[in-house]
Design a protein around this ligand. Structure first.
Ligand SMILES: *Cc1c(COP(=O)(O)O)cnc(C)c1O
Length: 380
């Protein structure tokens, strides 16, 4: 028989900030959905992963990375990967920081700069970790709402930034809306952000957005700025490497990278992940193919859903934010029965929205059929 201590034994140890945190919502568990589904195949559209996977060159790099010996610790500096990233972006490697996913870097930034009571500004609706990690440190988080048309509210951002945040988290494109901040809007943010604040641009979907002529070249816009900033990117989305966990940041100066180096766990990026990322960075054809096929599906599926009368936010990413016009939990549950997993949105004001990442054309057709059937069947 297993003996467990009473839950109160540890409850008194937990910091107040931590006890009050929401749990991260990864979306429904595929095994559970499979058990209640009438479909034999699960279509997972809940985590913005790539349906096009990795190229043979990257698969080979992972295989060799494993064969090299997982008994040794990885290079704690990730030197070869940092240099490859630096070369590809024309920045010195000493301004590149690597993370166990870019989420890891979000966390390190909060640990390195936030004191209890500090102010963090981010967007709503938004990425939950942009709020969770600051709250772990006891910071206050101010969320600036998007406009009714899911656009950037310049005036609201000016007001929030004038309150003197220590840290600003801005995802471009935005998760969950898929909308892009234009070059002009980024310039507005730069002008309104106090030089004492650290500006974090989270470009997790930047590879997709670069097809959009409105999408700014942030590194170019930030180059001459006399302020601290960092641009975050990841191999999890367009590069199809979510499972190996590797992301990176390009910072304004080496001092910021050195601060993150001091707080991070020394071997945060494993060896096969470093090798995979180096190979992926060199495989331009696979990235271009993924981005092109994704854009075709985004525009096709958006059109089909709009034809069916659903409101879909124009997206420059690999996912769609869709107003189902009914409680999103219920829609997600009905989709589960068809073997489809999406993310039911729960932020106030968006409880009728789902976020669905796109997959192959065949899977997307199943999604379109199932979603439109649900939304027609029980018209509110
Ligand atoms: C997916 C995502 C990330 C990072 O994911 P990692 O897998 O940790 O690199 C970061 N920011 C946003 C907005 C995301 O959607």
């Amino acid at each position: 028989m297993k003996h467990a201590a009473a839950p109160t034994a540890s409850a008194s140890l937990i910091r107040r900030e931590v006890a009050g945190l929401p749990r991260y919502d990864p979306g429904a568990d595929p095994a559970e959905v499979a058990a209640l589904s009438r479909s034999s195949r699960i279509i997972k559209l809940s985590n913005n992963e790539s349906p096009f996977g990795i190229s043979p060159a990257v698969a080979e790099a992972i295989r060799l990375g494993l064969a090299d010996g997982v008994s040794r610790y990885p290079d704690p500096t990730g030197r070869r990967l940092a240099e490859a990233i630096g070369t590809s972006l024309d920045v010195p490697a000493e301004r590149v920081v690597l993370g166990n996913g870019s989420e890891n870097i979000l966390e390190l930034l909060c640990q390195a700069v936030l004191d209890p009571g500090d102010l963090v500004v981010t967007q709503a609706p938004g990425f939950s970790l942009h709020e969770t990690f600051p709250r772990v440190m006891g910071a206050r988080v101010e969320k600036v709402p998007v406009t009714g048309e899911f656009g950037f509210d310049a005036e609201a951002w000016s007001t929030a930034l004038a309150a003197g945040p220590k840290l600003v988290f801005l995802a471009n494109p935005c998760n969950p809306t898929g909308a892009v901040l234009s070059t002009g809007q980024l310039e507005h943010v730069l002008a309104a952000t106090p030089a004492s604040a650290l500006l974090v641009l989270d470009e997790a979907y930047g590879e997709f957005a670069r097809l959009d002529p409105e999408y700014p070249d942030a590194l170019e816009a930030l180059r001459g700025q006399d302020r601290p900033w960092i641009v975050l990117r990841t191999f999890s989305k367009a590069y199809g490497l979510a499972g190996v966990r590797v992301g990176y940041g390009v910072a304004s100066d080496p001092t910021l990278v050195q601060a993150l180096d001091r707080v991070r766990t020394p071997y945060n990026v494993n060896h096969p992940a470093q090798e995979a990322a180096i190979a992926a960075l060199g495989d331009h054809a696979h990235l271009a193919d993924t981005v092109r096929r994704t854009a075709l599906e985004i525009s096709r599926v958006t059109g089909r859903l709009e034809q069916a009368g659903l409101r879909v936010v124009p997206s420059s990413t690999n996912f769609l934010f869709i107003d189902t016009g009914r409680p999103s939990d219920r829609v997600a549950h009905e989709l589960h029965r068809a073997g489809i997993i999406v993310k039911a949105w729960r932020e106030p004001g968006y409880e009728t929205y789902i976020r669905a990442s796109l997959s192959t054309p065949e899977d997307n057709d199943v999604f379109i059929r199932s979603l439109t059937a649900i939304c027609v069947k029980d018209k509110p």
